[in-house]
Design a protein around this ligand. Sequence first.
Ligand SMILES: Cc1cc2nc3c(=O)[nH]c(=O)nc-3n(C[C@H](O)[C@H](O)[C@H](O)COP(=O)(O)OP(=O)(O)OC[C@H]3O[C@@H](n4cnc5c(N)ncnc54)[C@H](O)[C@@H]3O)c2cc1C
Length: 461
Amino acid sequence: MKKYDLAIIGAGPAGLAAAAEASAAGLTVVMLDEQARSGGQIYRDVERAAPTRGTILGEDYLHGLSLIGATRAERVTYMPRTTVWDITPDGELSYTRDGRADCLQAKRLLIATGALERPMPLPGWTLPGVMTAGAAQILLKQSGLISRRAVLVGSGPLLYLVAVQMVRAGAPPLALLETQGLIVGPARHLPRALMGWRVLAKGMGLLAELRQAGVSRHKRVREISIEGEGQVGKVRFEAKQTMHEISCDTVLLHHGVVPNIQASRALRLEHDWDAGQDCFRPRIDDWGRSSARNIFIAGDGAGIGGAIAAEHAGRLAAFEIARDLGRMVVAERDRRAVPTRRALAKEHVVRPFLDAAFPRYSEALADDTIVCRCEEVTAGEIRRAAALGCTGPNQSKAFNRAGMGPCQGRYCGLTVNRLLAEANGASPEATGYYRLRPPIKPVTLGELAQMKQPDGLEKTA
Ligand SMILES: Cc1cc2nc3c(=O)[nH]c(=O)nc-3n(C[C@H](O)[C@H](O)[C@H](O)COP(=O)(O)OP(=O)(O)OC[C@H]3O[C@@H](n4cnc5c(N)ncnc54)[C@H](O)[C@@H]3O)c2cc1C
């Protein structure tokens, strides 16, 4: 089995920055990512798309070009199209690449698997033509594809960004249906957030672009449902005490991103409930070290902070890993950490305001709304399980199979947590989360059959 000092899962800003620093410190690094090209979510495909779609995707996107050199750095083995589906606490990774499963081992692991869009179950959200705003952005970044009759629904900075990118691409959304309320509570975070004025100014710039393009925005929208025969035909909603409907063929849902905790949960690492971000996050120290000594987590997978924060967090983890493996003395680690920490703190300053300004859509789910898409479990079935004594998502698997499909709860985990917490009058923390088991991503028998046997074992017929 191949062995490395450090294995990094994820080639987004956190993984790329960590790989560059760790390799510069003399560590052998392997960086695995299921995408065909590096960049992660934000800088997806940046090297290929920058010359043709750079203006549409904006300056922040082009910043990714400064990071991707890490994939070619000395001592870095970059493995694109590689899906990691199992991680053991002693640093063994199992993955699939080009139809074949294999494994490798590393002294230290850095999980840099980023964020997932928070699922937004609504009546009709399983109809063809509904997807997340992030998925639409992936189509735009990777293939230059865009819908001309789309409505954007939800809240959060990414919703505005995607809307603006659609305007620049010549296919403005038909409307933006915004679910957040008045910015009253969040106002108390504003004075501190003003220190992160660049982020706020960017947001104002996006809104100005939308205004200029004449994109209609409906605010404080409730009672949203998506309707159509076999595919999206229209979206209905209430705004200003009036019911509205808009004909469309695409609905793009988004109400924020949450840490992707599939790997950290499968590893049984400690997690905490983050009330501000309304999600679970793995417990880490100032260097990104998790509750297991040899496992680090950086970037949005450790708590949502944005791309630049992810970069800095990746660097901090790399400094400490280099120190840990005897490649950097403590004084050098600390010296290099000072400007990085300062820059990281600057990125974090605006977060509490953003989190409070764009909360998740909190309207009660109708009983017949599907929550777990893989197993087609409804909100009513989750509530019935609670009435029968089910206290947490893990137990609910036995009642109705929620979370047991191929996505392993990525789409429903937080919704099931919320429904059970509400029904039982318990806190989200006490309600808990799914106990994830490998494989954390689907792997086929054919891929497993291609797997080399561990050293010293003969393959039997
Ligand atoms: C769909 C989506 C779109 C976004 N678009 C923007 C945007 O345009 N602008 C912006 O400012 N922020 C955007 N964000 C937020 C943004 O993702 C982050 O702030 C930033 O990219 C976080 O960097 P990261 O390195 O932590 O993770 P990411 O950039 O998300 O990188 C994580 C990487 O891990 C890989 N990965 C995950 N699991 C596995 C696995 N099991 N095996 C192998 N590889 C794996 C993924 O393929 C991905 O490349 C977006 C988020 C999402 C979910």
